[in-house]
Structures are given as C-alpha cells and as structure tokens.
Write a protein that binds this ligand. Structure first.
Ligand code: MD3
Ligand code: FE
Length: 206
C-alpha cells in the first residue's frame, strides 16, 4: 500500500514489511535481546517501573532511571556496549530517512498485552531535523498522537505488524503514546505482545 500522511511530516507506510521481512527482523531482535537483555526502565524521580520493557542496539541506547532520561553507550544493567545495529535496520533508515545521517540508536520496546505508554514527546535527541523511524511487529496497538502541545487535540490510529511510521518535519515533536495493545491480533510471535523499534539520530550530524 502507498503511504498515508497522518499529519504534516507524519507518514504511515502500512505493511511496509512483508511477513518474511518481519520474521527476519524478529530474528535479529531476538539476537540483540540475547546480548542485551530487556530491562525495565524506571520513571525519573519516582523510580516507578514502566510497563514496557526495553533494550537497544547501535552506538547509543535510550535509558530511563531515577536520574532521568538519556542516551548512553552501555546497557544499564550489564554495562556492556550495545550490540551493533544490524544492516537490515540501517537499510530501513536509509530507505525511509534519507538523506539524514545514519542513526546512532535503535530503541526496542517490548509490550506485553497489558503494557502501555503514556502521552509524551521524543525530545532527548540533539538533532530534531532527522526523523524518528518506527517499525511495528506483532500485535496491533491503538496509538494516540496529537500536536506539539500536550493539550492539542489527539487522533487514534491502529499500528499493525509490518507498519512503518516516519515522524519528521512539523510532527517531529508531536505528543504520542500507546493506549493499548490488542492482544492476540498477530501470529508473528508465539507468546503475543508487540515490539516496536525506533531508529534515531541522537547527535547533530557533522
Ligand atoms: C505513530 N514508542 O519509544 S513509535 C518511544 O510504539 C515511543 O513503541 C512508541 O513513542 C511505540 O518513544 C511509538 C514512534 C511514533 C511516534 C509518533 C507517532 C509513532 C507514531 C505518531 C503517530 C503515529
Ligand atoms: Fe515516543
């Protein structure tokens, strides 16, 4: 299917990845998780655990703990460097985010069917000229997005396995969140749940 412009700069490519591409990306993700186990981020200040588990690949990974949100080169629990970004992930970036400089971080979110993510902006990156590229795998989710202000009106969209969303331009700083996972809607993963990969440029390109 062709792309859908959800709002200026916010592009949805439904079923950008076919089943075979989803399976091979899932295999890459499983290998990353073996080297860099999923961790439960904690909210800054309160230390309350998120319902989403995370890991990363690439030079930098996004982490959240009582000290705040940040990108760092090591896993917060093993202290090991993050696994390298697989070529297949770099290829997606080069296809969808050209001509932006290569991504430094790929955040991998794991949602059990009961997990959710509150409305927020992605603003921990030093370069907002590059888009965020999002890849969804597994169960469908009900996604909410609004404008650059928290109180702007919001819309909902379902994201299904194989969908790619480009968050760029005028939408780069839009508020967004995951209202809920619709458990059991995909056969990609035996134990259900949803995986989302977000590819990000963190520092300003030279
Ligand atoms: C789609 N992750 O990690 S992907 C995050 O599905 C994060 O795991 C979400 O927000 C996830 O920071 C979203 C990126 C995204 C951002 C804005 C959107 C997807 C969007 C706006 C409309 C539709
Ligand atoms: Fe986000």
């Amino acid at each position: 299917m062709d792309k859908i412009e959800l709002s200026p700069g916010l592009l949805l490519y439904p079923q950008a990845l076919d089943r075979a591409a989803q399976e091979s990306l899932l295999a890459e993700v499983r290998e990353i998780v073996r080297a860099a186990p999923l961790f439960k981020p904690k909210m800054p200040k309160t230390g309350k655990e998120w319902t989403v588990r995370m890991t990363n690949c690439g030079a930098l990974g996004w982490v959240s703990d009582v000290n705040g949100y940040r990108y760092q080169p090591q896993h917060p629990e093993t202290q090991a460097a993050w696994p390298a970004m697989p070529q297949a992930i770099l290829n997606l970036w080069q296809h969808y985010a050209a001509p932006s400089a290569d991504p430094e971080a790929c955040l991998i979110n794991f949602y059990e069917p009961t997990a959710r993510m509150g409305l927020h902006q992605d603003r921990d990156e030093g370069d907002f000229t590059a888009p965020v590229v999002s890849v969804s795998l597994g169960d469908t989710c009900l996604f909410r997005y609004g404008g650059a202000k928290r109180n702007d009106p919001t819309k909902s969209v379902k994201l299904t396995s194989g969908d790619i969303v480009i968050i760029g331009g005028a939408s780069r700083l839009c508020f967004h969140g995951v209202d809920r996972i619709i458990g059991g809607t995909s056969t990609l993963m035996p134990n259900h749940g949803r995986i989302n990969l977000t590819l990000r440029r963190v520092s300003k390109a030279a």
